[in-house]
Design a protein around this ligand. Structure first.
Ligand SMILES: [Zn+2]
Length: 136
């Protein structure tokens, strides 16, 4: 857990559902009721057909590293300094969407494109948890 890390903005209605589920160790993906398009990050409208208020499905919690980068320097936000180096990855879910996340639980040098990963939920405090992935 990273104590000083900035917390996600959970106030928007379409984001609140996602973060409430994450706090219960569940990964949700938006699914449009009109065209079945699936998307992450969440939004108030379907990014394929613009229908309002997309619904939700629960993802199985697995994925594959689509691309990644290793962060080796602190930015102006010092809260991340203790965890350098760390991996920011685009993980493709079997449900379709790719999500920007972290790969944890292994050496940053061991992360590779195509790596099979599984979700876990890192507590952020304030009743929040953030989905990250580790090797399967
Ligand atoms: Zn749609």
């Amino acid at each position: 857990m990273i104590d000083d890390r900035p917390l996600p903005d959970t106030k928007a209605e379409h984001d609140a559902t996602f973060w409430e589920a994450a706090a219960e160790d569940r990964l949700l993906v938006q699914e449009c009721g009109s065209c079945s398009h699936r998307q992450l990050y969440p939004g108030p409208v379907c990014r394929a057909c613009h229908a309002e208020a997309p619904g939700w499905i629960e993802a199985e919690g697995t994925g594959e590293v689509h691309s990644y980068t290793v962060i080796r320097r602190a930015t102006e936000h010092r809260a991340f300094e203790p965890v350098i180096p760390y991996v920011v990855a685009s993980v493709e879910l079997p449900e379709g969407p790719r999500m920007l996340t972290n790969v944890v639980g292994c050496d940053v040098e061991d992360v590779e494109v195509g790596m099979s990963v599984v979700v876990e939920f890192e507590p952020l405090g304030a009743g929040l948890a953030i989905p990250v992935f580790r090797p399967r």
